[in-house]
Design a binder for this molecule. Structure first.
Ligand SMILES: *Cc1c(COP(=O)(O)O)cnc(C)c1O
Length: 499
C-alpha cells in the first residue's frame, strides 16, 4: 500500500518511509491512498483475540511493507508490562448505553501512550527497512501529554534523540513535572513563552527548512516527528476503536453489525480521525462526535464550513485540547475531496496566510453526514465531573468530561445508539480541576500539587497511578525556557547539533 502527500499526489512512499519522514518535504501530510477493509466476520473473529492480536490484524492492513513477524515484535514490545492492565485499553460501562474507552493505562497516564509506546518501534524498524543510516532526531511540540509520552517512548532508544517544546504557561503542573523530570540520555525538554500553536508552528518551520535539512544530513542527522502529523502516530489509534467494538461484542452488549457512536475529546483531530479510518474500513460506527472545550474552532467549522483561527485563545482546564490549528483536519479534507491535492493545498495556504478558509458546500455535506460537533466550557466540565462522580462513582478527567457532556448534547438531538466515549487521561494528571469539581473545599485547602493528589485520593478513593505518585521523589532535570522565535537555536544547543 502506498502513502501520498495531501498536497502532492506525485509523492508516493511506503509506510516505512512515511513513518521515518514524519511529514512530507513540501509540508503535506502522508495519507493512505487506499484503505484496507474489515468484514463483520473478521470483527467477530477478532473479538476472540487479545489486544495484541487485534493490533497485529489492524496494523497488518496498513503496514504492508512490514512482515507479520516485524509487526508482532513491535506490538508485543509496546503493549506489555508498561501498561497497568492486560486489557491495555479496557472498556468501562457507565450506564445502559454509554461506555468509556480507557486509553490511559500506559506509563504516562494519557492516551498518547497508545501510539507512542509503539511509534519508536515502528520508526526504528522502518529506518532499518529503508536503509536509513542517519541518526533520527525527533522534534515534538506538545500541549502537555504528547511530550511526556514521546519522551517515555523514545528514551534511550538507540539511533534516536529527542527534543520537546511545551507552552510554559499552558500545561498542568503534573504534566510539567512529568516532562521536567524525564530520564534518559538522549532527551531534552524546553518550555516556550507562547501557546501550543506557537510551539507547533515553530516545529513545522524547522521541519520544512530545506537548507537546515541539508546541513543536518552532512552531520549524519535527520529530523522526524512524533506529533500526530506522523502516520505512525495515527495508525495505532485505529486499533482501539476496533478493539472497543470487539469488547462490546464479546460481552454481548451489542450484536454483530449494530452501529455505535464514537465520541472523542478533540484537539489536533488525530484521535477522532483514527475513528474515522476505523469507520471507513467497515467498523459499524454511526456518527463521529467531535467534542471541544471553549476553544471551539472545530465545532464552528463542522457546523458552518468556515475554519477560522482568528479568535481569542483560552487557557482551559482541559489544556491538551487548547488548540486552534487542528493539523489532522487536512487529512480528512483530502479523503473526502477524493484526494484533491490542489484544493487541500489552496485551503492550507489560506490558513497560513489569513488564518481562515471555507470548504465548498458539497464537501461540507459529506463531512456533516459523518460528524457531529459540540463544545463544553470549564464550568460545564466541572459540573459534569461532579455529576458523574455522584451518580456512578466514576472519576473523569477534565478532557473526558468535555466529551461526556457533548455526548449528552448529542443524545438529546439523536436519541438511540450506544456510544463509546474516548477517555483520554487519568484524572490525576489534572488533580486540581478534578478535585475542585468534586469537593471545592478540599481543593482550596490543598497547598500544592501533591497535597491536591492526596486530597483527591482521600475524597474519591480513586487510586493514584504509580508513575504519577513516583514523581514526588524525582529530580528536575530540565528547566529551560526560550522565546518562540528562538526554538531552532535552543534545540540545536540542547541536543549538541551544529547549525
Ligand atoms: C492530546 C489529547 C487530546 C486531543 O487529542 P487529539 O488527537 O489531538 O485530537 C484529548 N485529551 C487528552 C488528555 C490529550 O492528551
Amino acid at each position: 500500500m502506498n502513502y501520498c502527500s495531501t498536497r502532492d499526489k506525485n509523492i508516493a512512499v511506503s509506510a516505512a518511509s512515511a513513518i521515518v519522514q514524519g511529514i512530507s518535504a513540501e509540508g503535506g501530510l502522508f495519507v493512505p491512498t487506499k484503505l484496507p477493509s474489515i468484514t463483520l466476520e473478521e470483527i467477530e473473529a477478532m473479538s476472540r483475540l487479545d489486544y495484541v492480536g487485534r493490533a497485529c490484524r489492524v496494523l497488518g492492513g496498513f503496514l504492508t511493507d512490514f512482515t507479520d513477524a516485524e509487526i508482532r515484535a513491535c506490538v508485543e514490545g509496546a503493549y506489555g508490562q508498561r501498561f497497568d492492565t492486560p486489557a491495555i485499553a479496557p472498556l468501562s460501562r457507565l450506564n445502559d448505553d454509554t461506555y468509556l474507552l480507557e486509553l490511559w493505562h500506559g506509563p504516562t497516564c494519557a492516551f498518547k501512550d497508545m501510539a507512542l509506546q509503539l511509534l519508536p518501534r515502528l520508526m526504528t524498524t522502518s529506518a532499518k527497512k529503508i536503509g536509513e543510516q542517519r541518526e533520527i532526531v525527533i522534534l515534538v511540540a506538545t500541549s502537555g501529554d504528547t511530550g511526556k509520552a514521546a519522551l517515555e517512548g523514545f528514551r534511550d532508544v538507540p539511533g534516536t534523540k529527542m527534543a520537546v517544546f511545551y507552552p510554559e504557561n499552558g500545561v498542568s503542573p503534573m504534566q510539567k513535572l512529568q516532562m521536567r523530570t524525564q530520564e534518559g540520555e538522549n532527551v531534552w525538554v524546553c518550555g516556550i513563552n507562547g501557546n501550543f500553536d506557537d510551539a507547533q508552528n515553530g516545529v513545522k518551520a524547522i521541519f520544512t527548512d530545506h537548507e537546515l535539512a541539508n546541513r543536518l544530513t552532512a552531520q549524519g542527522v535527520m529530523l522526524s516527528s512524533a506529533n500526530s502529523i506522523n502516520w505512525g502516530r495515527l495508525v495505532p489509534q485505529i486499533v482501539y476503536y476496533v478493539s472497543a467494538y470487539c469488547d462490546l461484542l464479546a460481552t454481548e452488549e451489542i450484536a454483530l453489525g449494530d452501529k455505535i457512536d464514537i465520541v472523542v475529546p478533540t484537539g489536533n483531530f488525530g484521535n477522532i480521525l483514527a475513528a474515522y479510518y476505523a469507520k471507513q474500513m467497515g467498523l459499524p460506527i454511526g456518527r463521529l462526535v467531535c467534542a471541544s472545550n471553549r476553544n471551539d474552532v472545530l465545532t464552528q467549522f463542522l457546523t458552518t464550513g468556515v475554519y477560522d483561527r482568528n479568535r481569542p485563545f483560552f487557557a482551559t482546564q482541559s489544556p491538551s485540547m487548547d488548540i486552534l490549528i487542528s493539523s489532522n483536519l487536512e487529512r480528512l479534507l483530502w479523503h473526502l475531496s477524493d484526494g484533491d491535492c490542489e484544493l487541500v493545498k489552496g485551503l492550507m495556504a489560506q490558513l497560513a496566510q489569513t488564518g481562515r478558509y471555507q470548504v465548498p458546500e458539497e464537501l461540507m455535506a459529506k463531512i456533516r453526514e459523518l460528524f457531529w460537533a459540540g463544545s463544553c466550557d470549564d464550568d460545564q466540565t466541572g459540573k459534569t465531573i461532579h455529576r458523574v462522580f455522584e451518580s456512578y462513582s466514576y472519576l473523569l478527567d477534565t478532557h473526558t468530561a468535555v466529551a461526556v457532556d457533548v455526548a449528552e448534547q448529542y443524545r438529546a438531538v439523536s436519541g438511540g445508539a450506544k456510544r463509546v466515549i474516548a477517555s483520554t487521561a487519568n484524572p490525576y494528571k489534572f488533580s486540581r480541576s478534578v478535585l475542585q469539581a468534586v469537593n471545592a473545599a478540599a481543593a482550596e485547602a490543598a497547598a500544592d500539587e501533591f497535597a491536591t493528589v492526596d486530597a483527591t485520593n482521600r475524597v474519591t478513593g480513586e487510586p493514584v497511578p504509580a508513575p504519577l505518585a513516583g514523581l514526588r521523589e524525582k529530580e528536575v532535570r530540565f528547566s529551560n525556557i526560550c522565546e518562540k522565535q528562538e526554538m531552532l537555536s535552543a534545540f540545536a544547543g540542547g541536543l549538541g547539533i551544529r547549525l
